[in-house]
Design a protein around this ligand. Structure first.
Ligand SMILES: *Cc1c(COP(=O)(O)O)cnc(C)c1O
Length: 408
């Protein structure tokens, strides 16, 4: 237990120092700028925005004339960055945004196609079905992938025509490539399939214009997190160009899933949107260059990198099959001892690790620096060097990268 403020601050500071000594390659995290962080502590954090309706102007809650104006202006900024007609900023994370889309748009016994956990899916609907009522009312099947972890388009087309799902959710936690949205848009329209994109991972790249915008490509709904490749505060949003869907999802979200929508996020979100308007293209371009360089150096260093025949990645992450050296979990734990943080696949195939480049890019790293990272992986995993020695070298290396970039 904590007895005083010093003990509380001490542990927070230990965490900060520890994380500064690490190479953070966790693809679902990012470094938000000091300006974004400073905008998390306003008075908004102790107020209620009122939870009914996505439209702040229609809400009744006293004392909120500026809060409603603030949320509306932030909505307009988000709509501008992502080219959407409607934005709901109330989801407190990408997951809850997705739950609202699924519960708001589906009817009992509908079939949803999503990405299976073993293909680095988030498992949104699969996990919702752990609730027995939902298990009885929603059915799931899975999007097929090829050996490069790209959507297997011929197989998917066949599934859509045969199974006629009500909803298809593209976008997972280990995305390497843009999905074939334009290619299936016509089938979806013909079969009445709602096309959804879970853009949690790639929102920063979409904002920077370096990953195709799913709404422009033809999805009905796009939802996701604001803190992965998008370097904002933790939170989520739902975007659509269809008013009817916006209302249905919004009415499901509030008040069944969210009541307080954690207003402290809004000023920080607005700042991070402006950052992406200013720097998003440069940031996103460097992120992808770094992923591709890291894929190349990892392969040179003896790793099996997924999608090597296709240039490794068009996103902020690469996937490496490390099964010849150990399980994904074992390898990620070993790397952690050397202060390299990356992700295993949470007990699915347990063969791959996921390595993200968003945060190191914000730290100022470029293609050449990816060689140092790939060499650290090789020293630990292939040469089986003592992790503490590598950790020391990483501590020295990261000291040169406090030159945070792409920030207002
Ligand atoms: C992280 C993630 C989510 C969940 O987002 P939170 O912001 O953590 O709630 C949803 N979908 C995918 C594909 C994710 O990777």
């Amino acid at each position: 237990m904590f007895n005083n403020i010093e003990e509380i601050d001490d542990l927070v500071n230990k965490h900060v120092q520890y994380r500064q000594s690490c190479l953070n390659l966790i693809a679902s995290e990012n470094y938000s700028s000091p300006t974004v962080r400073n905008h998390l502590t306003s008075d908004f954090g102790n107020r209620y925005g009122c939870y009914s309706t996505a439209n702040p102007a229609a809400r009744e809650y006293r004392g909120n004339k500026y809060i409603h104006e603030f949320e509306t202006k932030t909505q307009n900024l988000v709509k501008d960055v992502f080219g959407a007609a409607y934005a709901d900023l109330r989801p407190i994370g990408g997951h809850i945004a997705g739950v609202a889309a699924v519960l708001g748009l589906l009817s009992p016994n509908d079939l949803v196609l999503e990405i299976e956990l073993k293909d680095w899916g988030h498992g949104l609907v699969t996990l919702m079905r752990e609730a027995s009522h939902l298990n009885q009312s929603i059915r799931t099947d899975f999007i097929p992938f090829d050996e490069d972890r790209a959507v297997d388009l011929p197989k998917l087309r066949k599934m859509l025509c045969e199974l006629k799902p009500k909803m298809l959710i593209f976008g997972g936690s280990g995305m390497l490539w843009p999905e074939p949205i334009a290619e299936i848009k016509d089938i979806a329209a013909k079969e009445g399939i709602i096309l959804v994109h879970d853009s949690s991972h790639v929102n920063g790249l979409i904002a920077g214009g370096v990953f195709p915008n799913p709404l422009e490509e033809g999805v009905d709904v796009m939802f996701g997190s604001t803190h992965k490749s998008f370097p904002g505060p933790q939170g989520g949003f739902i975007l659509t160009n269809k008013f009817e869907m916006y209302e249905k999802m919004g009415n499901t979200l509030g008040a069944s899933l969210v009541t307080s929508h954690h207003l402290h996020r809004l000023p920080a979100l607005a700042v991070s949107m402006l950052e992406m308007k200013t720097f998003g293209k440069d940031y996103g371009t460097q992120v992808i260059k770094n992923s591709q360089a890291l894929g190349m150096y990892m392969e040179k260093n003896g790793f099996k990198v997924i999608g090597s025949g296709k240039g490794y990645s068009q996103t902020h992450l690469i996937l490496a099959d490390v099964s010849e050296f150990g399980s994904g979990l074992e390898i990620s734990k070993l790397l952690e001892k050397a202060h390299i943080l990356c992700s295993d696949d949470f007990g699915q195939l347990d063969k791959e690790i996921r390595i993200g480049t968003a945060e190191v890019t914000r730290n100022g790293m470029q293609e050449g620096d990816m060689q140092f990272i790939a060499d650290c992986f090789q020293r630990i995993i292939v040469k089986k060097e003592d992790p503490s020695g590598v950790a020391e070298d990483i501590g020295c290396f990261t000291k040169n990268y406090r030159d945070y970039r792409y920030m207002l």
